[in-house]
Ligand binder design. Structure first.
Ligand code: FES
Length: 200
């Protein structure tokens, strides 16, 4: 099949078997990809990438599922300012994943932050919908106040432990306790929210 996808910001058009695992495609296209990932069978958890913003084990994703997708490996993610939020949180908490799973866990954290962002955006658009459906200007301004309140709450609550545990299950390495990961993830989200607030 012809596979069109974006990898780390560059567009690729490749001819591959439709069931070829993404991890092998990435190893062929990106020399530095997956130095720690060798199992090819969901055991090591070191081949994790972001596919359209969601973490996935690339050895389990066949080519036909990523046609048109946007893929970010740790090598690509490291060059973004989003990675800096997570690295800053590692440093401030004084803990980080071991060298073996550092790349994968960092990618999973980004996936968690993306999911929380999406949830918050849905919540804010819920308020916007409320405003748009009301013709009375007083009510509209009241709804806008609610929307502002919703926006200001974003980044201040803590991220659900259930979401963190579920996403972290992709990585089998137990080098860092869940409680520490929770601190890191919440801090990274706070930094990201503050940076966005400064920009807007
Ligand atoms: S290569 Fe080990 S889990 Fe994918």
């Amino acid at each position: 099949m012809r596979l069109n996808c974006n990898i780390n910001g560059s567009q690729y058009s490749l001819v591959v078997n439709s069931d070829k695992p993404l991890s092998l495609i990435l190893k062929e296209q990106i020399i530095t990809f997956g130095e720690n990932s060798q199992c090819l069978g969901a055991s090591c958890g070191n081949c994790i990438v972001l596919i359209n913003g969601n973490a996935a084990l690339s050895c389990l994703v066949p080519a036909f599922k990523i046609n048109g997708a946007s893929i970010l490996t740790f090598e690509g993610f490291q060059k973004t300012r989003f990675c800096h939020d997570i690295e800053r949180a590692y440093s401030d908490v004084g803990n980080q994943p071991c060298p073996q799973c550092y790349a994968s866990k960092t990618i999973i954290i980004e996936s968690i932050l993306n999911k929380v962002d999406k949830e918050n955006q849905n919540r804010v658009s819920g308020f916007q919908f409320g405003a748009g459906s009301n013709s009375d200007m007083n009510h509209v301004s009241g709804a806008n106040t609610n929307e502002q309140a919703a926006r200001s709450r974003i980044g201040t609550g803590s991220i659900s432990s259930e979401l963190i545990t579920r996403e972290m299950a992709l990585s089998s390495c137990q080098c860092i306790e869940t409680a520490e990961l929770e601190k890191i993830i919440n801090l990274a989200y706070k930094y990201r929210s503050r940076r966005r607030a400064r920009r807007s």
